[in-house]
Design a protein around this ligand. Sequence first.
Ligand SMILES: [Fe+2]
Ligand SMILES: [Fe+2]
Length: 408
Amino acid sequence: MADTNETKKSITQVRIPTRTLRPGNRYSYNVYDEYGNRILDAHTPITQTLINHLLSNNIEALYYDPASATRKKDNEGDVDTGKPVISENTREEVVDHTRSLFDEIRANLNISPAIAISKDHVYSTRSMIDSLLGEINENEDGVFSAMTKLKTLDDFYYVHSTNVSVLGALLGTKLELQQDVRTAMGVGGLFHDIGMTSVSKDILHKLKKTQEEINKINLHPHVGYKLVEKHQYMHELEKRIILLHHEKADGRGFPYGFEMDHYREQIPKEVRLMSLIDTYVSLVFTMPDSKPMNSQGALRSMLNLVYAPYKKVFRFLPEDFRDFIRGLGFTVNNGKFFLSRGDVVRLNTGEVALVEELSKLSPLNPRVRIVKNSQLQNLKRNISVDMLKDYGSYISNVFERKKSSETE
Ligand SMILES: [Fe+2]
Ligand SMILES: [Fe+2]
């Protein structure tokens, strides 16, 4: 966005201490937090819920720029962000590291699975992730576009693993997890598909795979886990990312097919978050035989896989998707909300609503106007609801434009 830097430089001109905010107050300007994230649109009344959120997140002040009143409004709901989270050089370094790591492990497997992954493989990866984490400024939003260009087919899994690794480390940072957990998410992301090294490149590179070949590929979580199971120098979380990243909340995942309660209780939250990242990366970066989605389309289609009581098929828990989108939603979508004002959505209750106003603080809890009940019958009178006031509620589906006109 052309005016991003201009916005970041100028928004610190007028400070509004949080303790002076009152419900019903309005400002003639867009209001931002100290990092330049838009918190409130111009002329929108402040709510007690917003004040409570600011206080509970220790946000001491908001800011506005008096010169911005005449500035042309951006797309509704956009949050202005700045530079890339990591440099291209760093990303190339991670790809190069991953390429040599995977190739060495593949070669070692021909000798003995017991020595395929060495202590040095793990330690060198960990120190690379630590230096990558040192490059991330946790106080800046920044943007990150998954690497999507493939030089050769051989690069597919290296680039895929690099994207998952970098986003894992980044999400750990955004969610302010402990340092060793951030590192483990980065290392686990880089190793998560390491079991693929037991599959021949001929099969991996084939565009139309047979069911037998797919079955062989689907063994990779278990095969990968067997390679690291006994290694004391690997973090337990890294091992679990390798083993469990293809489990799904509705029990249709593999290798175990845990059903929802089991999924929630037996799989660490960080592993479930890595599974979200793996899915996101798989949607925006594909083998040449399928069409990649853009980041917004990927995030919206993932929302449609979030559990709600009216769904039979789902993949993610709402609390996990909420954290994923809060941590990475803006970063991977060039600083923009993945939903828009006017979107037709379905709530966890099954009701259908129109999005009226989005909130950076809780992207799945906008202000909405409910237009249909949970049986999809039109309401005689539409009801406006601020979902921020009910944290138990959430958006669980978004209808794409073509579909939305069918439902209206
Ligand atoms: Fe995988
Ligand atoms: Fe993967």
